[in-house]
Write a protein that binds this ligand. Structure first.
Ligand SMILES: Cc1cc2nc3c(=O)[nH]c(=O)nc-3n(C[C@H](O)[C@H](O)[C@H](O)COP(=O)(O)OP(=O)(O)OC[C@H]3O[C@@H](n4cnc5c(N)ncnc54)[C@H](O)[C@@H]3O)c2cc1C
Length: 479
């Protein structure tokens, strides 16, 4: 281990080099700060994630100066989104966000490599195959990191700021005492996905991202580079075992239940092996403290069913880096800036968190949703895609007045199970009222259980080694 005199000193150590870590590093390095990013992976490297990015996420890539590199992998520009439920479909164009009117679906190895290269270009040092072993402290303040290099040897680095951008099983969160979330929600949906050659190469399908609902399962189709596509099934998490035992049998079964999905993907060839998980609980961890902060999934994860994780990891990684860079030499102002960045993340993510929790419930296709799709497809405004693009949150697009109109139409439609519809309405109202309440009252690090949250969630523990179970009524870890 180097002597203290020889010890390396940087302004910030960032643990994790993907969406959040690279974004934070780019922001700080551009502001002239000395930044060391470490990742235990070597890039390019894959990670368990699908990777649809709506225009607001692509706009984040542009802000970071990473878009041109990311585009080199050749992912098609998808200008339309389609949501269908039991055959009732709504197709809409995306509206531009910062001039970007298309979604992209770049596989993670090339995407993350582009982020790492952009961070290096901005001036950050990215050290691969290097892990955080521990956070170092002085008088209750994080003052650096103990790192484990590719040869297994450990060494210390001094830093004014340690950012944990090391994913859901964050070691940093564990070392700063924030591993147990103060709020969260059980997910009930699993993810099972394949890549395949697109049977509709060269057609308009290549410019459209799909969410096709039938029965209890959503089938999602995202066009990828090289005329490939990603086919994702999001059904009950309890079916992930069946997927693992018989992936092709499940593929056949779910397409048989979903004629629109079958029309889109039948004839697909060169299927990869299945990738799957049944464990994607949503949560918030305390994300800042003296000399440290958590970025991306390390601090907050929302259900992937709404495809917002990469966007938020990039956006709030950047926001954190921009807030920290000018005040990194002043501990008091630095801590205040870290706290303000955390508050901003919470404020901007609350509605999507509740929306994701809602969408991860396992419920049959709702007559209300079908009415909404009919309305949005007919009128083309308001914009259903605004919800995915974060232009307006779901509870604003589907506000109470519109909800009442749609509910009346659904009630009057022949064949509607009115009792089930009333039950659904009660539940939706309860959740939306709570979502509005959170928006209006803006509590910081709330610890009561909110209506969208389901108990019994587990999140990966330290470095993914052990899950931490956090009942929502567990004692809050609040600074
Ligand atoms: C199944 C699934 C599907 C998803 N689909 C989508 C989607 O379609 N669209 C979307 O926007 N989001 C999606 N998400 C969410 C998205 O993957 C995440 O929100 C995003 O990857 C978060 O980025 P991050 O940089 O915070 O963390 P990560 O991408 O998890 O990166 C963390 C990095 O930290 C490194 N690391 C961990 N521990 C250490 C350590 N001790 N020392 C050094 N390095 C360490 C890891 O090697 C890794 O490179 C999905 C998530 C899942 C699980």
């Amino acid at each position: 281990m180097p002597s203290p005199a020889a010890r390396e000193r940087v302004d910030a150590v960032v643990v994790g080099a993907r969406c959040a870590g690279s974004a934070a590093a780019i922001a700080m390095a551009r502001a002239g700060r000395r930044v060391l990013v470490v990742d235990r992976a070597g890039f390019p490297s894959d990670t368990l994630s699908t990777h649809l990015n709506f225009p607001s996420a692509v706009a984040e890539m542009q802000r970071l100066g990473a878009l041109e590199r990311i585009r080199r992998s050749g992912a098609p520009e998808c200008r339309e989104g389609m949501v269908a439920a039991d055959g009732v479909a709504c197709i809409q164009h995306f509206e531009p966000v910062d001039g970007i009117d298309y979604a992209l679906c770049n596989p993670r190895p090339a995407f993350d490599l582009a982020m790492v290269e952009t961070a290096r270009e901005a001036g950050a040092e990215v050290r691969e195959r290097t892990a955080l072993a521990d956070v170092r402290w002085n008088g209750g303040r994080a003052v650096g990191a103990r790192l484990r290099g590719r040869d297994g040897g450990e060494y210390d680095v001094d830093a004014a700021l340690v950012i944990g951008a090391d994913g859901r099983g964050s070691t940093t969160a564990d070392r700063v005492g924030a591993a147990v979330p103060y709020r969260g929600s059980r997910n009930d949906r699993g993810l099972a996905f394949f890549y395949a050659d697109d049977p509709h190469a060269g057609t308009a399908w290549r410019g459209r991202v799909l969410q096709l609902r039938a029965g209890l399962t959503h089938t999602l189709v995202f066009p990828c580079p090289d005329d490939r596509m990603l086919v994702l099934f999001m059904g009950p998490a309890s079916e992930i075992g069946a997927f693992r035992r018989n992936p092709h049998g499940m593929w056949d079964r779910l397409l048989a239940e979903n004629p629109l999905a079958a029309e889109r993907v039948s004839g697909a060839t060169n299927l990869t092996k299945l990738r799957s998980t049944g464990s994607v609980a949503a949560f918030y961890r305390r994300s800042s403290g003296p000399g440290w902060a958590l970025a991306g999934d390390a601090g907050h994860f929302k259900d992937p069913v709404i495809g917002q994780g990469m966007r938020d990891a990039m956006r709030f990684g950047r926001v954190l880096g921009e807030a920290a860079a000018p005040v990194i030499d002043d501990p008091r102002r630095l801590d205040a800036a870290l706290l303000a960045a955390e508050r901003r993340r919470d404020r901007e993510c609350a509605a999507s968190y509740h929306w994701g929790n809602k969408e991860s419930r396992i419920t049959p296709v709702s007559p209300l949703l079908k009415e909404a799709l009919r309305e949005f497809d007919r009128a083309q405004t308001p914009h259903l895609m605004h919800m995915f693009d974060r232009v307006r949150p779901a509870h604003h697009v589907l506000h109470p007045l519109r909800g009442a109109t749609l509910a009346t139409r659904a009630m009057l439609r022949r064949g509607t199970d009115r009792r089930a519809l009333l039950r659904e309405l009660r539940e939706e109202l309860r959740i939306d009222a709570d979502t509005w309440r959170e928006e209006l009252t803006r509590p910081f690090r709330p610890t009561r259980t909110w209506a969208s949250e389901r108990p019994g969630y587990e999140v990966p523990g330290s470095a993914g080694a052990r899950p931490v179970t956090a009942a929502p009524d567990a004692p809050a870890v609040v600074a």
